[in-house]
Structure formats: structure tokens, C-alpha cells
Design a protein around this ligand. Structure first.
Ligand code: FMN
Length: 279
């Protein structure tokens, strides 16, 4: 471990919102931890091109993530052409930061390489037809992408994930020329944060008492703790966007109805069409 600075409750207060920080916790700080605790999504980018080597550095960081059985069942498509970014933005609910950011990374859950390996060896790859293999690929892609996020932030860059890339998986696969058994699971816009990005601070998370279970999961009455979190998150949104928005109401809208999934309830069919068996 790097040399540790003294306990710093300010970083925890920022992460959880004042009052939501774990009581009496000691935070072991170093540059890596500080980068992670200081994370916030950036949705306003300068048009500046990225320095030479940034893309390769981010991919090396991504490839340094652990990967299930060393399968490395992911790929990334780096999109920098203006017209292609615009088309992907259009397919992703017109999120403007995709056009703005100099780099848009499409993270691919990729079983196609293993399928090709099998073909080269005359081996039908039966295991790839199962949901487990898809989960391996999706988890691998997520771990890799998050390593790239931490690396980007440590270099002073900003990022935002784009799950909206899943609104039209087949059209996106066509745009990226993906082979069967490859699925663009989410995008990641990367660039230099524009001054407007400073408006958004660190977004408070649920208090640890709701997510950290010791030895066994304990289902408890969460209402009072959630109400307090709703207040902290509303205060955060009020101060950053001028529009109070609490977590509970947002989640009820997001997953309370099928409509809240915005069309993505058809994901299984889309994945089947892209060549995933999901048995
Ligand atoms: C897989 C994934 C998909 C996401 N998709 C979007 C998206 O389509 N658009 C967007 O503006 N933010 C997206 N986000 C960012 C989240 O909204 C954001 O991480 C969350 O609200 C917490 O805020 P923070 O990252 O600033 O801490 C996504 C995040 C993840 C992990």
C-alpha cells in the first residue's frame, strides 16, 4: 500500500453526502483511492483531441483487469470519426456528449473470438451457447471498462458510460461491424472535461449500512435510512442542476414499470438475434 495520509472524513462526506458517511470510519487514502472516491460522470467535453497514447494506455489498463479463466471475452471498438459518433449518438437516444467527446469507446461482450478459436480447431464450442458464457463476457467487459475509467480519471480526463447504446443493439452491431456473438454492452465517452462539467460534484451514494452486510445478508427496515438518503441526493441535485430529484422516486420510475426500461425489455430477443444462445 502507498504511504497513507491521515483519516480524511471530507472525502467520505463528499462520497456519501454529509451525514451519510460511515460513522467512525477510517479512510485509508492514497492516489488510487482518492481518484476512485472523487469519481463523477462528465457529460460536457472540450472538443480537444486526446494526447497521443491515451487510447492505448486506456486499453492497456482495461486489459490489466482480472478476467474470468483468462478468457478475455471482451473487445472494445474505439470510435473517433465524427460521422460515426453522430450515428451512434442517434442510436443512443441522442445523447449529445457522444458527439462532443473526442473518443467514444464501445465495450463489447465478445464470445466471437472463442467461437473462431473453436472453428480453427474443428471444435464446436458448445459452452458458448449458455447464459453462463454470456455472463462471463459481460462481466469481463464491465471490469475492463471500469479499469479504463479509473485510468482516464487519473490522467485528468472525464468519462461517462452510455447504457443507452443498448436501445438498438442490432443497429449498433451493424454500425460497428460486429460478428455474431459480439454485443456492444455499453459505450464510454472520453474527453477533457469542459468548464461546465465542474457543475456536477461527487454524487452521494447509498450509505454503507445498506450495501455492506457482514457475514450474511440482513434484510432490515430500510425506510428511514432511504428517506435520509433521498434528502441528501435531492440536495445534491438541487445544488448542481437546480432540480431536486430523489432516489426512491427515480428508481420507482426506472424499474417500477416495463415502460421504464425504455424498450430494453426486449434484450433477450436482441441477444438471440446477435447469436447468443443464453441457454
Ligand atoms: C453501465 C452504465 C450505463 C450508463 N448509461 C448512462 C447513459 O446512457 N447516459 C448517462 O447520462 N449516464 C449513464 N450512466 C452514468 C450513470 O448515470 C452515473 O454513473 C450514475 O448516475 C452515478 O453518477 P456518477 O457516475 O456521477 O457518480 C451509466 C452508468 C453505467 C455504469
Amino acid at each position: 500500500m502507498d504511504s497513507l495520509a491521515p483519516t480524511d472524513l471530507d472525502a467520505l462526506k463528499a462520497r456519501y453526502g454529509a451525514g451519510g458517511e460511515p460513522a467512525g470510519a477510517r479512510l485509508l487514502r492514497n492516489e488510487v483511492v482518492d481518484t476512485m472516491l472523487g469519481h463523477r460522470s462528465v457529460r460536457d467535453f472540450l472538443p480537444d483531441a486526446l494526447d497521443e497514447g491515451v487510447l492505448e494506455t486506456l486499453v492497456a489498463a482495461a486489459q490489466s483487469a482480472p478476467t474470468s479463466s483468462n478468457q478475455q471475452a471482451w473487445s472494445v471498438v474505439a470510435v473517433q470519426e465524427t460521422a460515426r459518433k453522430a450515428r451512434l449518438a442517434e442510436l443512443s437516444n441522442r445523447q449529445k456528449f457522444i458527439d462532443q467527446a473526442p473518443l467514444f469507446l464501445c465495450w463489447v461482450a465478445d464470445l466471437s473470438r472463442l467461437e473462431r478459436l473453436g472453428a480453427a480447431h474443428g471444435q464446436p464450442m458448445e459452452g458458448l451457447e449458455y447464459l453462463e458464457s454470456y455472463m462471463v463476457a459481460l462481466v469481463d467487459a464491465a471490469l475492463a471498462a471500469q479499469n479504463a475509467v479509473v485510468a482516464a480519471e487519473s490522467l485528468g480526463l472525464g468519462t461517462v458510460y452510455v447504457g443507452a447504446l443498448r436501445y438498438q443493439p442490432e443497429a449498433v452491431a451493424k454500425e460497428l461491424n460486429l460478428p455474431p456473438q459480439a454485443f456492444a454492452a455499453f459505450g464510454l465517452a472520453v474527453g477533457r472535461p469542459a468548464p461546465e462539467a465542474a457543475r456536477t460534484g461527487v454524487k452521494p451514494r447509498l450509505p454503507q449500512e445498506l450495501v455492506l452486510h457482514r457475514e450474511q445478508y440482513v434484510v432490515r427496515d430500510e425506510r428511514a435510512v432511504l428517506a435520509a438518503y433521498d434528502d441528501r441526493l435531492s440536495a445534491y441535485f438541487q445544488s448542481t442542476s437546480g432540480r431536486a430529484e430523489d432516489w426512491s422516486r427515480k428508481m420507482l420510475g426506472r424499474v417500477g414499470t416495463v415502460a421504464g426500461l425504455g424498450g430494453r425489455h426486449l434484450m433477450r430477443q436482441a441477444l438471440n438475434a446477435l447469436g447468443f444462445g443464453l441457454k
